[in-house]
Write a protein that binds this ligand. Sequence first.
Ligand code: ADP
Ligand code: MG
Length: 334
Amino acid sequence: MRCWCRLSLVIVLLLAGCAGPPSVVRETEIFGTRVKITVNGLPEARAAAVIAEVFTYFGSIHRRFHAWREGELLAVNRAIATQNLPFTLSEPMAVMLVQAADYSERSSGLFNPAAGRLFALWGFHSDKPPTAPPPPSSVKQYLANAPSMAAVNIQAQQLRIAHPLTQFDFGALAKGVALDAARDMLHHHGVRDALINIGGNILAMGANNGRPWRVRIQPATDAGAVGTINLADGEAIATSGGGERFFIHDGRRYHHVIDPRSGMPAKRNRVATVISAHQQHAGAISDAAATALLIANDEEAAVLLRRFKIKAALRVSADNQLLPTAMMQMRLAL
Ligand code: ADP
Ligand code: MG
């Protein structure tokens, strides 16, 4: 017995020796979800301080872009509703809007962050889940004069809007933008190897002690666990689905990703996962593209993946078919 103990201790020490300084992991709750950052290669106190700085920054992003609590986004939306324009935007808000307009165009409007009024109509602008869908007449009225990002005009941080019913909502983009900001902050502090996870929106930096970072694709579907995947340096993975924010009314399930064309929760797919390898905006692109892909049919999916330069993607259709791209199939070894 004693002998076995000593042997196992030696193995543990050897493993620790190979692995270099231990990973420093910190977790917290921001964006209404679990946030976890793993940093390798820094002394613990330094890594912890850097992670704390990133968490503080996440808090500021969360407040600035919150869709129903007081903050800059609410001020922007109020100015549009009262036609008190032009509105002087902060730099992060201007950058967010320009990125959002680009991604909306690339997704042919499936990703539509100008549709905040529609998401509010569905009752998702609240800390409590809604209890019933909106009356069909109000959705119909909205669709008759629906805003899009095409009406947004920003010059020198001055916002003008051609469509008075525009209300911005960055619920499908803010976590991705936060991932990119975190990567830049960590780089700035000399971190090369890290994994940043904001409730399943994940960005990998470098590697995990010489091996690729490995993440599990969230199932959130009857299709069962899909598998694990290696993320290369700089890649971000995002999943969108109706599994987390939803309500049930009269036995029917309604979730929080709305198809801007029907004004109804997206029906075609249960889950969509994408991996972006974009150097600067992998987090933001993966977030927006996953939401758009959840709404897309086969043809739309092919177009938007091409426009977002995404090779690895997976949809689980409403009837539980796994629909991976060839690259995703290879990487998952399905
Ligand atoms: P999650 O926030 O659960 O990770 P998503 O990234 O798909 O999921 O974002 C969903 C959120 O985005 C919704 O709660 C809503 O605020 C907003 N949203 C819903 N439908 C759309 C859409 N078609 N385009 C842009 N944003 C959307
Ligand atoms: Mg998204």
